[in-house]
Design a protein around this ligand. Structure first.
Ligand SMILES: [Zn+2]
Length: 344
């Protein structure tokens, strides 16, 4: 069901934002609608509502509307003005309020539940206070309470140290109204519903997360904030878990390859070294040949390191390197010459 911001009369019943948390599934469900419809939705899955989504735990807190420039509050002045003025034609009064209605409709369309709720409540309060005595003052007071968390949110994210204190300090008597429902008789499941302010719902939410030992984490892949069961969880969801798994595999493959490269290099070195040692230990000394192999070995070592680095940098293939090492082993064999066993 869609809310109509051109309505000039409001329907019966209060619009609420109702929240229920599922600790086991680590989800939240938020429903925005008139209270009787919302409770029907919770109890029997029916009822016409404006918003009904189940999302990962913490989504409402993390995505809550933030209004550093106080744009929401700026609307209040326009709405007030439309009350006070005397217009030759009634339609002009509504024309004055039209930009605000557009602003609210835009916020509504974005689908962020806290903003969607505030948009509806704004229009409802506007219609509510229309014909009331001191209606403009009442409207200002109510909307200020409604937008307060948005301003606070711009200054402190809810998991920052100062936030809970700032939120408590901001709570006024008028904001504290909140109701708890237990709609399903079969299992204990609790719904908290906000009317005039979201602050008590935010506090309830933070309290529950704290009670359950949940923490706010930042995903190390995508950087998004999320709520986790403990500090042990570093990834926000399945998508990022897949990315991490692929990265882990690549890193492992790279490491394994690196190990293999070093192994091959070392084996070849040992081959040369042992051949040379044996040559020098021969009973029939051949200093000239030993000096030649010594020089070739020095040359080989330099070149082997250069090529190994090239493989690491991706400038040479691993198999080319292995082939080259094998060729060098043949070269040292040729240099030393066929040795009859009784000479060794
Ligand atoms: Zn992520």
């Amino acid at each position: 069901m869609k809310y109509d911001f051109t309505d000039r009369e409001r329907e019966l019943g209060r619009v609420v934002l109702a929240l229920t948390l599922n600790r086991q599934k680590m989800t939240e469900r938020v429903i925005v609608g008139r209270s009787t419809e919302v409770s029907l939705r919770f109890e029997r899955g029916i009822g016409e509502v404006y918003y009904d989504e189940t999302r990962p735990l913490g989504s409402l807190l993390i995505g809550l509307e933030a209004d550093p420039e106080r744009k929401w509050n700026a609307n209040t002045a326009i709405l007030r003005e439309s009350y006070g003025k005397v217009f030759p034609f009634e339609a002009q009064r509504w024309m004055l309020a039209a930009p605000v209605a557009d602003y609210l409709a835009q916020k509504y369309e974005r689908g962020e539940p806290s903003a969607l709720f505030a948009a509806i409540r704004t229009w409802e309060e506007y219609l509510n206070c229309f014909n009331l005595n001191r209606g403009a003052d009442l409207l200002t007071e109510r909307l200020a309470a409604l937008y307060r968390p948005f301003v606070l949110y711009a200054e402190n994210r809810p998991w920052q140290e100062l936030a809970p204190a700032a939120m408590s300090a901001a709570l006024r008597d008028t904001d504290t109204e909140v109701s708890l429902w237990y709609p399903a008789k079969k299992r204990p499941f609790e719904v908290v519903a906000a009317f005039s302010s979201l602050l008590p719902v935010i506090q309830y939410y933070l309290f529950k997360l704290n009670e359950w030992g949940c923490v706010f984490q930042q995903c190390k892949i995508c950087g998004k904030d999320f709520v986790a069961k403990s500090r042990h969880y570093e990834l926000c969801g399945d998508e990022c878990r897949r990315v991490q798994a692929a990265l882990n595999k690549r890193e492992f493959d790279g490491r394994a390859k690196g190990d293999k490269l070093e192994q091959l290099h070392e084996n070849a070195y040992n081959y040369w070294y042992n051949r040379l040692r044996k040559l020098k230990k021969r009973k029939t000394a051949d200093p000239e040949r030993a000096a030649a192999v010594d020089a070739a070995f020095k040359e080989y070592r330099k070149e082997a390191v250069r090529r190994k680095t090239a493989v690491k940098n991706g400038e040479m293939s691993f198999s080319d390197f292995a082939t080259w090492l094998a060729e060098q082993q043949n070269a040292v064999d040729a240099l030393i010459g066929k040795v009859s066993p009784n000479l060794d």
